[in-house]
Design a binder for this molecule. Structure first.
Ligand SMILES: Nc1ncnc2c1ncn2[C@@H]1O[C@H](COP(=O)(O)OP(=O)(O)OP(=O)(O)O)[C@@H](O)[C@H]1O
Ligand SMILES: [Mg+2]
Length: 241
């Protein structure tokens, strides 16, 4: 198993309400594509942030490729997971799109002893990804002046260049026009990487993911075949979808 989560709960500090996540247990296999469904506030984004070790309030056990998530394993874990944030403004922070896309690989290369060849390879990879996503023309634009959909694609590029073993995508099709959405779907389809995709786009979930997890008020309400879960109107209704 690539990812093992057991007994994961999150109670945000200052919140005396119900926990945002309650006792989640599930696994994801190498290369597996899993949709993460649930109404607004169900806990999808909280789950994604917990997997990256961003939330101090998370308790339970998270294991990535046999490595248990703890303070000292964070760099290793974050090398294997890539998160596409729900809000692309949380992702893009460099002056230009190109800087954002090369930042991760460059930073990693510097920590491991970068050579001129590595820098050239990083630039080549960045160009390839930009082209694949159909945004080569945005390369030198300022990230914060892009449209919502352009930002989403630039953020996606900055994750894909890192070649994570498990891609966590929080609403990847939000803001995208039909053509960009179709392109996104075919790119995700062609990726060998495992993906966990939080989405309200049920068509996309059905298209890409044979399996889905359904969250309801922080609990894992269903884990099974996407086509069965999406066809279960009563279950979806109970979960606010
Ligand atoms: N930083 C925070 N502090 C306190 N409560 C939070 C925080 N972030 C999220 N929550 C609460 O935790 C619950 C789960 O939120 P989360 O953002 O994970 O939902 P979601 O499933 O991603 O929803 P959406 O579909 O709207 O993106 C919600 O009730 C939300 O209000
Ligand atoms: Mg969310």
């Amino acid at each position: 198993m690539l990812l093992n989560v057991s007994g994961l709960s999150v109670l945000y500090s200052g919140s005396n309400e119900d926990p945002a996540l309650k006792d989640l247990t599930f696994s994801i296999d190498e290369g597996e594509k899993v949709a993460l469904l649930g109404a607004n506030g169900a806990g999808k984004s909280t789950l994604m942030l917990s997997l990256l070790g961003i939330l101090d309030a998370a308790i339970g056990k998270i294991e990535v490729d046999g490595v248990i998530l703890e303070k000292k394993s964070l760099p290793l874990i974050r090398r294997r997971l890539g998160l596409l944030f729900q809000d692309p403004d949380d992702q893009l922070f460099m002056p230009t799109v190109y800087d954002d896309i090369t930042f991760g690989p460059q930073n990693y290369a510097e920590n491991t002893g970068a050579s001129k060849e590595i820098t050239e390879k990083i630039n080549e990879d960045a160009d390839k990804i930009l082209k694949k996503l159909g945004i080569a023309h945005l390369k030198d634009r300022m990230s914060h002046k892009l449209s919502g959909g352009e930002k989403r694609l630039a953020a996606l590029a900055s994750i894909l260049v890192m070649e994570p073993r498990l891609l966590l995508m929080d609403e990847p099709s939000a803001f995208l026009d039909p053509r960009a959405r179709r392109r996104l779907i075919s790119i995700i389809e062609s990726l060998p990487n495992a993906c966990l995709i939080a989405t309200h786009d049920l068509d996309m979930a059905l298209n890409l993911c044979a399996r889905c997890l359904l969250l309801h008020k922080g609990r894992l309400r269903a884990d099974g075949a996407t086509k069965d879960i999406i066809a279960d109107k009563k279950l979806l209704d109970e979960c606010g979808l």
